[in-house]
Design a protein. Structure first.
Length: 405
């Protein structure tokens, strides 16, 4: 098959891109032709289709004024993306298109172009964007479902996008505009990496027939673990932002001065968190770490803690830790409980509950053999859940089913 893979970023940025590039590799490994469509960026990987990529758009610090009207329009419906994709489809024969994150930089404007060429379209949902203007179902420090029932006006009073009323208003308009254009109805099938996200989409109005569950995968085979490699520290790795609940971790470890927490990652909350931890000698900030460095940190970690307070989908952080046979302590929220078999392959705690998390850490200290048994079970679970060959077979069945209807 000739498969068009579409994602707004074409360099390793987050979990969406991890899956995107792993999937491209997997499909090529099975002798499929993969065609790329994305956005130009100096950090991009190489692609023979880069001339068709849309021009770079930087919205890390968006401004709303008269001079930005053209950019705002592009964020909602991109004429350039339609034109570039049309040029690509005129030259390349495509059997199926697989969409990933397309909002703002590419926009759903590309979907009608695909349907004009009678190309089946599937879309992996990496967040809640099609039902929530800020993508997270999280606003002002708490889970938020105010937009349920297509109440997309809710972001304006809540200022839930970039803490800006004007930007939130644009997000509301964007959601209503896409609803009016009926673009999401043109997607043949949505793919959800977690049962939780699938259920949440159905609660918000996506029909059961339009969405299916397919867990993510990890490339290759997990290495056999013959002995403990722990150096005694706990590890958090990921984005440093309010929804990740890192403040809870810091409060816990401030009460456990004999235990060490290493924090690998960067994000908008980084400086605030460093200030909070400035007097805590047992909390170490490592900044952004590449894949190789994360693997080394995982090897030495006693366990990994994921303290999210939002509806996580299917975090690669948990998958990668389990893959290396590490016990994971995870918040009982979103898709996390699907990954961790509580008291068997890891431990779940109530989000933001300092005492609950402390008790789980102290449990592992009291029963160190659990680190080995939980870790061993986590590795087995990872090999069963995140197997690349299983993923490939199930995905191809999805492609074939959508192509035949």
């Amino acid at each position: 098959m000739r498969i068009l893979q579409i994602n707004k970023f074409f360099y390793p940025k987050g979990g969406s891109e991890t899956y995107y590039f792993s999937l491209c590799n997997l499909l090529e490994k099975h002798k499929h032709d993969v065609v790329h469509f994305s956005m130009q960026d100096n950090k991009n990987e190489n692609s023979p289709y880069k001339d068709y990529f849309v021009s770079h758009l930087n919205i890390t610090k968006p401004q709303v004024n008269l001079s930005s009207i053209g950019q705002i329009s592009r964020l909602i419906w991109s004429n350039e993306a339609q034109k570039k994709l049309e040029q690509l489809l005129t030259k390349e024969k495509i059997d199926i298109a697989h969409l990933h994150n397309i909002d703002r930089h590419l926009t759903p404007s590309i979907i009608p172009v695909l349907k004009k060429h009678k190309i089946p379209v599937v879309m992996t949902l990496h967040d809640y964007k099609i039902i929530c203007p800020n993508s997270l179902l999280f606003a002002n420090g708490e889970i938020c479902e105010r937009c349920k029932g297509r109440k997309f006006y809710s972001p304006f009073p809540q200022k839930c996008i970039k803490q800006s009323r004007s930007i939130s208003l644009i997000g509301s308009f964007e959601a209503y505009y896409h609803l009016w254009r009926k673009v999401w109805k043109k997607v043949d099938l949505f793919i959800s990496p977690s049962q939780f996200l699938k259920q949440k989409m159905q609660e918000f109005g996506v029909s059961q027939e339009k969405i299916t569950y397919l867990p993510l995968f990890l490339e290759g085979k997990a290495k056999k673990i013959t002995k403990s490699t722990s150096k005694g520290y706990f590890l958090y790795f990921g984005r440093l932002s309010p929804e990740k609940g890192v403040k809870t971790l810091m409060e816990v470890f401030s009460k456990l001065p004999q235990k060490t927490l290493k924090i690998a990652g960067s994000g908008p909350q980084e400086e605030e968190l460093k200030m909070i931890a400035k007097d805590s000698k047992n909390i170490e900030f490592l900044g952004f770490q590449d894949k190789k460095a994360i693997k080394r940190l995982l090897t030495g970690a006693k366990g990994v803690i994921i303290s999210s307070i939002w509806f996580e989908n299917a975090p690669y952080t948990i998958m990668e830790a389990m893959w290396q046979g590490k016990v994971v302590l995870g918040s009982r929220v979103g898709g996390i409980p699907e990954l961790i078999d509580d008291q068997k392959s890891g431990l779940l705690f109530n989000p933001s509950n300092i005492q609950d998390l402390m008790s789980k850490i102290e449990f592992l200290e009291k029963y160190p053999a659990k680190l080995v048994s939980f870790g061993s079970e986590a590795k087995k679970r990872a090999e069963a859940l995140f197997n690349e060959e299983d993923h490939y077979q199930r995905l191809i069945q999805i492609y074939q089913k959508v192509s035949s209807t």
